[in-house]
Design a protein around this ligand. Structure first.
Ligand SMILES: Nc1ncnc2c1ncn2[C@@H]1O[C@H](COP(=O)(O)OP(=O)(O)O)[C@@H](O)[C@H]1O
Ligand SMILES: [Mg+2]
Length: 231
């Protein structure tokens, strides 16, 4: 069941989400988190970029990966170039090499001196699904586990193409974004079932665009469950 958060303060909302993620690690550590939703425009990138920034406040090695190769947006949020990124890195990545030596990984410094490591999508590729379901992507994420405290992957929507599905099996936990304005319940249910059938561990639902009675224009709600306890 989703609880409504009334605070206007966006950071406070995401700190709350961070705490929930930190405490949702019952049996296995949740280190690689992917953010998916049913359709475009439901708030995945907003959740991913804010959550990554809030994790970076607390942990020194946090990586945000823009995995939405068909609709890149996180580089615009951070005002950095998307000329090189994930697609370029994977095309030349060799397991066993030092990840931090790849210049596709950008270090973003925030005003409070925290650092966020970020990989934009990079050059457009004709086959995003193949790239994201490749063995290399899995190997890269596994190598990244060794050096990062948390890895957040902003994913494509599940309904349009199935790119979000292979990423979910590389991740330890999937956050499912539902827009109270746009998301069709039946479509979301079908997409969630699809993810679970393919081994995703959906450990939280983030409800975006919640209309509040107060003037909170940036509504969020969230629900949490245990393994595969999707609400
Ligand atoms: N919680 C929210 N409340 C109101 N507007 C939101 C919220 N989250 C996202 N938006 C807006 O919705 C639009 C799409 O958000 P975005 O994060 O880019 O979605 P996606 O990555 O799923 O395509 C943007 O204009 C963004 O500012
Ligand atoms: Mg997006």
């Amino acid at each position: 069941m989703a609880k409504k958060v009334n605070q206007f303060d966006l950071d406070e909302i995401f700190r709350h989400l961070r705490t929930n993620i930190e405490f949702s690690q019952m049996d296995e550590a949740i280190k690689v988190i992917n953010v998916v939703s049913t359709n475009p425009n439901e708030g995945k990138s907003t959740v991913s970029t804010n959550l990554a920034r809030i994790f970076a406040d607390k942990y020194s090695r946090v990586l945000l990966v823009d995995g939405d190769l068909r609709n890149p947006s996180d580089h615009k949020h951070y005002k950095v170039s998307n000329a090189r990124g994930l697609s370029n890195l994977l095309s030349r990545y060799t397991p066993g090499t030092n990840l931090l030596s790849y210049d596709e990984i950008v270090q973003l410094e925030f005003q409070n001196n925290s650092t966020l490591y970020f990989i934009p999508t990079g050059s457009r590729v004709p086959n995003p699904t193949e790239v994201l379901s490749s063995k290399k992507f899995g190997e890269f994420i596994n190598a990244a586990r060794e050096i990062f405290d948390y890895i957040i992957i902003d994913c494509p929507p599940v309904n349009r193409v199935s790119d979000g599905i292979p990423i979910s099996s590389v991740a330890d936990g999937t956050l499912y974004v539902v827009s109270s304005k746009e998301t069709d319940k039946r479509a979301a249910k079908a997409a969630i079932n699809d993810l679970i059938r393919n081994g995703a561990n959906i450990f939280g639902i983030v409800l975006t665009k919640v209309e509040e009675l107060s003037n909170n224009k940036y509504g969020y709600g969230y629900g949490y469950g245990g393994k595969n306890n999707h609400e």
